[in-house]
Design a protein around this ligand. Structure first.
Ligand code: 9WN
Length: 419
């Protein structure tokens, strides 16, 4: 069984390989996505290290001059996805979107170095990528934390990677839809509409894109100009973890300035995360910067901080919270608490389990010395694959495969777990 799953995972990666980048899945997502690429590279490294490095190289080849790494790179024309390059209209030579995504690449680069068989290749690629990833991290704290709080805000739900999470509902409701022209979605021609965001959410997603376009994609203006500014603990934790990893890597590569700056960003971030902890919910919470209030939503965004070097008692708290969630579902980790009123087990980020999230949380909890809950998370992840294949996400109660099939990062995570 183990070898069969490894072979199948490798086939999924090869199927979605477009030479220098990988699509998340054929049809639904025909371009290169930022955090998908970083996590997918971890899968490639099991059978083709050079190809793994190419994935990350291609991502950073489209970094903007200000340091931002965009969330989508539209390498080829494809009418099968909305919104395409004409809607974004960012004026890049190879079109890209104008927002970003969870910066997990720093973590991926470090892991690829740590586990390299071809060490010379790894060190030379890492030496080239290190200042680029670091510039991206600095861009975050410069443009998304203008008040110097130590925490960055996302300005669009797509940036979180958890697009339609309950976390964004109230903040997104306040975004007006004035001036949004009728549009045709493509996602619901590829995937079951019951598994996807609603039309009302899409209208607001598009309104935000229009707002940023009117600001000429000047990323120094977008935070203050955005009607949506939310501090996501999961997103911040991923950034902090990547800063920690780059600091270690920079020391190894004898780059003391990057090491010191990166370490300082990580330490500030970890200290600031503490303000998002909720004793009542037993997890971290998002914070709506626009109205200055926490968002009382029990989502997995508040558990992802385990991925960063948070205090041990907080990691233990997260382990307890996951154990509790395990009583109301069959397969950890639901993206939203199944006992909460807005839970929807098939609708994308409002309940389903995602293997990439399981992987990041399990990685952090392993480091934090929580082997029991890690074992359950890993076991559940493999049971999902065995039952339902390499889906985009899964109903955490029935294991129903949801969203797109033959999914690249799901396959990559299976290689990370099994190989
Ligand atoms: C918008 C590609 C991406 C993931 C995100 C996931 C989904 C896109 C969409 O697919 O988002 O970026 O059109 O739904 O939410 O995490 O990176 O797999």
């Amino acid at each position: 069984m183990r070898q069969k799953l490894i072979d199948q995972a490798e086939q999924v990666l090869r199927r979605n390989d477009r030479g220098s980048y990988t699509v998340p899945t054929h049809g639904l997502y025909p371009f290169q996505w930022n955090w998908d690429s970083a996590l997918s590279a971890l899968g490639f490294k099991h059978f083709d290290e050079a190809r793994a490095w190419t994935e990350v190289d291609t991502l950073f080849a489209h970094q903007w001059d200000d340091g931002m790494v965009p969330h989508i790179i539209f390498h080829e024309r494809d009418e099968g996805y909305f919104p395409g390059p004409d809607v974004w209209s960012t004026g890049r030579p190879v079109p890209t979107s104008g927002i970003t995504q969870p910066p997990v690449a720093g973590f991926a680069i470090r892991r690829m170095v740590d586990e390299a068989r071809d060490v010379d290749l790894a060190l030379s690629r890492a030496r080239d990528l290190l200042p680029k990833a670091h510039a991206w991290h600095e861009w975050f704290y410069r443009t998304r934390d203008p008040q110097g709080t130590g925490l960055v805000a996302i300005i669009h739900p797509w940036e979180s990677g958890r697009d339609n999470s309950v976390d964004w509902d109230a903040a997104l409701d306040r975004v007006s839809t004035e001036g949004v022209q009728p549009f045709q979605r493509r996602d619901i021609t590829h995937a079951n509409p019951d598994h996807r965001p609603t039309h009302a959410q899409y209208e607001r997603y598009i309104k935000l894109v229009q707002t940023f376009r009117e600001l000429d994609w000047d990323t120094s203006k977008l935070h203050d100009g955005s009607p949506f500014q939310v501090v996501d603990p999961g997103f911040n934790a991923i950034l902090i973890r990547s800063c920690e990893d780059l600091a270690d890597l920079a020391e190894r590569l004898d780059q003391p300035e990057i090491a010191a700056a990166s370490r300082a960003m990580a330490l500030r971030g970890v200290a600031a995360l503490e303000s998002l902890w909720s004793d009542d919910l037993g997890q971290y919470l998002c914070y709506d910067r626009k109205i200055g209030a926490p968002i009382l939503s029990p989502s997995v965004g508040g558990l992802i901080p385990a991925f960063a070097a948070i205090p041990e008692h907080r990691a233990a708290g997260i382990a307890r919270r996951i154990e509790e969630l395990g009583k109301s579902c069959e397969y950890l980790i639901p993206s939203h608490d199944p006992t909460a009123p807005d839970y929807d087990g098939r609708r994308y980020w409002r309940g389903p389990a995602w293997l990439i999230v399981n992987y990041m949380i399990a990685d952090g909890l392993t480091r934090a010395g929580q082997p029991e809950i890690v074992a359950r998370i890993m076991e559940d992840s493999l049971r999902l694959i065995e039952r339902s294949g390499f889906a985009e996400y899964y109903d955490p109660i029935t294991a129903e495969p949801c969203g797109g099939a033959h999914f690249t990062w799901t396959a990559a995570m299976v290689l990370e777990i099994l190989d």
